[in-house]
Design a protein around this ligand. Structure first.
Ligand SMILES: *[C@@H]1O[C@H](CO)[C@@H](O)[C@H](O)[C@H]1NC(C)=O
Ligand SMILES: *[C@@H]1O[C@H](CO)[C@@H](O)[C@H](O)[C@H]1NC(C)=O
Ligand SMILES: *[C@@H]1O[C@H](CO)[C@@H](O)[C@H](O)[C@H]1NC(C)=O
Ligand SMILES: *[C@@H]1O[C@H](CO)[C@@H](O)[C@H](O)[C@H]1NC(C)=O
Ligand SMILES: *[C@@H]1O[C@H](CO)[C@@H](O)[C@H](O)[C@H]1NC(C)=O
Ligand SMILES: *[C@@H]1O[C@H](CO)[C@@H](O)[C@H](O)[C@H]1NC(C)=O
Ligand SMILES: *[C@@H]1O[C@H](CO)[C@@H](O)[C@H](O)[C@H]1NC(C)=O
Length: 630
């Protein structure tokens, strides 16, 4: 039955072999179709292209040809040809001495050429690129003619080629692909009201407020999707929908629509809206919950108001953009088995997140330990993570969401070793990943700042930095954020000749002595009084960043939270990504400089007298004041 209903559809799409594959993408409309499937060790591709000439498909480190691992093939007089190649420049890719691609089949008719081939995910050949869970930059090209000889390929030109970032190894049956929307579902849109996009700054965060209707009973949100106004794709960079769960007078903010960059001018009521309902960024797609889970509305403590934050990226400072983009939620008028929640884990977005210049690799460490323990106190079976969004900005090259249990590291919940800022999408898991109450999580980011000459600060702008993971999970617990920040009082030790004032938990550090530096602030010291070109200074600062005491922020779903001092986790057994057993190649080096042989003391120490309880608003105010001083 199933077969008879599916096959006609496939033929209608003119892609007869589709059914053999789990993944499909159209690389060029009506022209270049790519299908693939994979297991533990191998990946099989099929390229079907509207040409009778040659076809190229490659894996590139950056989207360009240089450094790319490329397969080129064609069909001539009924015979298929295919070679494993590599490119060291923008020229005809060389034939690889080690041929690691196996041609399975090839065919051609008057309009299409189809090639099917397979390779190992890790071929052990240094001229090939590994295929991993990281973002893969696929490059593709084709030409109308077959080459005369194997080295005589004609240039494909500027039009018949392209690049696309993708997660090739995403499980095939994630909820996005398998969940059906019930008949009683309805939609609710949150759309910006003709926002005149500011032309005075390249980065604008715009916030629009929406009062939610009175739900009668609990409704579950089961899907969230972006609606980008046609023509504004280039400037609409991300949406975050924040929920407000606290009580306030909505009438004051009913049609709130304002530039909220830095959030300095935001009414305190709205500043407390911190729970992320949806995070979508350029390249991302639709967010869907599995069949037994939904995000609750209409119950005690559920959102009553939402704030849509739109990040506009307008580097050309054009003044003629008017935008009515936004998001659409799909809801059902009832509750599924579990309420979902969303939490952010990583480094607090403040000027305590410092990325000095001149590093080929600099790591930031955002630790969530004590907070997790208290948030999961009443959920001994733990929580289930459905999907994760990994987020850094332009200097980020890799990001890891790490999980620790009793000093031993479990496999990464998610990671990306070739992060692409322009491709941010949730990573859905085949099976939810479990977090137990005593587990600790760390979002660790790797940055490259060797092309920068000034300090990069944590901040909301694209050219500032972030290091956050967003976890979509169930059942919901009382935590929307679990982030840590290095103390200024610790980081300032990079300049031992300076004596800072005693300070409030490491914020607002000001120099007291020697007198010629008295009154200078932390940011000023980092920017102007440290010689980052000195190798030893950079090594010392990385150690300070990694090892010193930091402050942890636990934020409840009502926007309030508490703050405590924590120590760096001690790790007895760090996780290492599995490696293919390659004959005599160099082993993959651990991804972090954090290996420690000291005995296990999982968790962290925070004595009661060093713990303060403040509202998150106070903390945020303090931090944003800092930000706005910059
Ligand atoms: C050529 O092959 C393609 C793909 O296999 C198919 O969709 C198309 O109908 C074929 N065209 C002809 C003329 O047979
Ligand atoms: C995948 O790996 C697991 C264990 O790592 C093994 O049991 C299984 O047979 C492998 N499957 C394939 C298709 O290689
Ligand atoms: C929701 O109901 C309350 C009381 O039942 C009422 O005061 C309020 O105005 C209603 N809000 C909306 C948006 O209809
Ligand atoms: C809410 O704010 C509006 C407008 O500022 C005001 O008229 C109204 O009285 C306020 N309601 C309450 C309950 O404070
Ligand atoms: C908000 O906008 C709606 C629709 O445009 C309008 O009816 C309402 O009066 C506005 N509310 C306020 C407080 O301005
Ligand atoms: C501090 O961090 C570095 C890595 O940056 C590590 O090699 C070193 O062992 C750490 N020192 C301590 C005392 O933990
Ligand atoms: C959730 O946590 C916050 C901050 O820790 C706290 O203020 C709030 O009372 C908690 N809410 C519940 C329902 O436990």
């Amino acid at each position: 039955m199933l077969v008879s209903t599916v096959l006609p559809l496939l033929f209608a799409l003119a892609v007869p072999s589709l059914a053999d594959f789990t993944h499909h993408v159209v690389l060029k409309d009506d022209v270049y179709f790519l299908s693939w499937k994979f297991d533990n060790e191998t990946i099989t591709f099929e390229t079907q292209v509207r040409t009778t000439g040659y076809i190229g498909l490659g894996f590139s480190p950056n989207g360009g040809m240089t450094g790319a691992d490329i397969v080129i093939g064609w069909v001539k007089d009924g015979t298929a040809y295919l070679k494993d190649r590599y490119a060291t420049a923008e020229q005809v890719p060389s034939i690889d001495e080690s041929q690691d691609v196996e041609l399975i089949s090839g065919s051609e008719n008057s309009t299409f050429t189809t090639l099917r081939f397979k390779r190992r995910l890790d071929t052990c050949d240094s001229k090939d690129n590994k295929i991993t869970q990281s973002t893969m930059r696929i490059i593709w090209a084709y030409h109308d003619s077959d080459p005369l000889t194997e080295t005589d390929l004609l240039y494909h030109g500027n039009v018949n080629r392209g690049a696309k970032s993708m997660f090739l190894l995403e499980p095939a049956d994630n909820p996005v692909n398998t969940v059906t929307i019930p008949n009683d579902a309805y939609t609710m849109d949150f759309i910006n009201n003709k926002v005149q996009v500011p032309s005075t700054s390249d980065t604008t965060y715009w916030c629009s407020g929406f009062t939610l209707p009175n739900f009668s009973g609990i409704h579950h949100m089961i899907k969230a999707e972006p609606i980008v106004q046609a023509g504004n794709e280039a400037i609409v960079h991300h949406f975050i929908v924040y929920a407000c769960n606290h009580q306030f007078n909505f009438t004051d903010h009913a049609n709130y629509s304002r530039d909220c960059t830095g959030r300095g001018n935001m009414p305190p009521d709205l500043e407390l809206c911190q729970q992320m309902l949806m995070a979508w960024a350029v390249g991302g797609e639709v967010q869907v919950y599995p069949e037994n889970v939904g995000f609750p509305f209409g119950g005690e403590g559920d959102p009553t108001f939402v704030l849509l934050e739109t990040h506009y990226d307008n580097p050309a400072l054009r003044n003629d953009y008017v935008d009515s983009s936004g998001v659409r939620f799909t809801l059902i008028p009832r509750r599924r088995q579990y309420d979902a929640g969303i939490m952010s884990v990583g480094v607090s977005v403040t000027t305590n997140h410092v990325i000095p210049p001149y590093y080929d690799e600099f790591y930031s460490w955002g630790q969530c330990s004590d907070c997790m323990q208290s948030a999961l106190e009443n959920v001994p079976e733990g929580i289930n993570v459905l999907a994760v969004g990994l987020h850094t900005h332009l200097a980020g090259t890799a990001i890891y969401l790490r999980q620790f249990r009793d000093g031993v590291e479990l496999p990464y919940i998610a990671y990306d070793e070739s992060y692409d800022f322009n491709y941010q999408e949730g990573r859905y898991f085949k099976e939810p990943k479990r977090i137990l109450p005593n587990d600790a999580l760390v979002t660790q980011c790797k940055y490259k700042s060797s092309d920068r000459t000034a300090v990069t600060w944590g901040g909301l702008g694209t050219r500032q930095e972030m290091c956050l993971s967003f976890l979509y999970y169930y059942p919901r617990v009382n935590m929307s954020g679990c982030q840590s920040a290095n103390l200024q009082s610790e980081m300032i030790k990079i300049a031992p000749q300076l004596t800072p004032s005693s300070n409030n938990h490491g914020y607002s550090v000001i120099i007291q002595a020697p007198s010629q530096y008295a009154g200078r602030r932390f940011t000023d010291v980092m920017e102007n009084l440290v010689n980052w070109q000195d190798d030893k200074t950079r090594v010392r600062f990385q150690a300070l960043e990694m090892n010193s005491t930091r402050v942890q922020f636990c934020q409840g779903i009502n926007g309030y939270g508490h703050v405590s001092l924590i120590q760096k986790l001690q790790i007895s057994a760090p996780y290492k990504l599995p490696q293919a057993s390659c004959p005599s190649t160099t082993t993959h080096t651990p991804t972090t400089p954090t290996t420690s042989t000291t005995p296990v003391t999982i968790g962290s120490i925070s004595s009661a007298d060093r713990t303060v309880s403040v509202t998150m608003a106070t903390v945020l105010c303090g931090l944003f004041t800092l930000l706005s001083r910059m």
